[in-house]
Design a protein around this ligand. Structure first.
Ligand code: HEM
Ligand SMILES: [Ca+2]
Length: 278
């Protein structure tokens, strides 16, 4: 092509516009031999890294994976749900259950409000624990511990409750650190955090945790120096594991989803009543 353009200029200088025109047309014609041999593809555009969930220099991000396709499995997974504990197989939450206007965290606690007055006394926690199949000693110890821990932060004012009552309207104030962050600060259910429990730690089964995986999760969720949070989270998850693991020793995703909205407690109570009456 450069050759033809040179010929155009020579022809013009030689006063031959027709010849110049001919060379100009040739220069514009497609010449596959020339173009194939000298063609080099443009460099690929730089790879878009903005969606990466793994950083090469932070191997922990490769070890504890996120599910990059969650939004194809559940609408708006980033949106914390106030009333329903949703996941890809339950996009509407627990079917046929009335949340009674309560946040997902309130529903979790309300199972233990045995007379439905919005307040949980230690003996109600004890009765609730007994109802879902906990032994006498465990129920006694946990009812004291849970009410000791949650009573003061959930009171409406500065005064502590002498009877260690827990107020369900303020239960979000009982949140502690080193948890899975599935409940948000206001007690909603965050589907993306719930999914991360299993994408990060469910290595042997995608939708369940082994005992060892549960222990790694408890370690992984630890915030620095948050000793109370470590203890509380360990107490919650280990009690859950002992109550609701399946026959293979796995903590199933569906069991944990039910834990969050409290429907698991209702199911365990039913199972326990059936066992007693048979
Ligand atoms: C069998 C009884 C119970 C079990 C197995 C249990 C288990 C759990 C688990 C596994 C969590 C999630 C923690 C995380 O996201 O890492 C949790 C959170 C919570 N539970 Fe329970 N729970 C029980 C009873 C109660 C009771 C009686 C109350 C209060 C009345 C209560 C209040 C809370 C609160 C406030 C949270 C939020 C903690 C946070 O995310 O920081 N739970 N529970
Ligand atoms: Ca009550």
């Amino acid at each position: 092509m450069t050759l033809y353009l040179q010929l155009v200029s020579t022809s013009l200088h030689a006063g031959s516009p027709r010849l110049a025109l001919l060379h100009l047309r040739r220069s514009c014609e497609f010449n596959p031999r020339v173009s194939m041999s000298s063609y080099s593809p443009p460099p690929p555009p730089p790879r878009d890294q903005s969606m990466d969930t793994e950083a090469p220099n932070a191997p922990i991000t490769r070890e504890r994976r996120l599910n990059p396709d969650l939004q194809e499995q559940l609408p708006k997974p980033y949106l914390a749900r106030a009333l329903e504990a949703v996941d890809p197989s339950h996009p509407q939450g627990t079917k046929g259950r009335d949340p009674r206007g309560m946040s997902v965290l309130q529903q979790h606690a309300a199972f233990f409000d045995r007379n439905g007055d919005g307040v949980i006394y230690p003996w109600e926690t004890f009765q609730g624990l007994r109802a879902i199949g906990c032994g006498l000693t465990v129920s006694f110890a946990f009812s004291i511990l849970i009410n000791l821990f949650l009573s003061y932060p959930t009171q409406p004012g500065w005064l502590p409750s002498p009877l260690l009552s827990i107020r369900i309207d303020n239960i979000h104030k009982g949140k502690h650190g080193s948890d899975s962050e599935t409940y948000d600060t206001e007690g909603r259910f965050d589907p993306s955090k719930f999914d991360a429990v299993f994408s990060k730690y469910g290595r042997t089964h995608p939708n369940a945790l082994t005992k060892d995986e549960l222990s790694s999760m408890l370690q992984g969720n630890r915030n620095t120096y948050d000793f109370l949070g470590w203890l509380a989270a360990a107490g919650e998850w280990l009690l859950l594991y002992s109550l609701a693991k399946d026959k293979d020793g796995l903590l199933q995703r569906e069991t944990v989803r039910g834990l969050f909205d409290g429907s698991l407690f209702e199911r365990l109570e039913d199972d326990n009543n059936k066992k007693k009456s048979s």
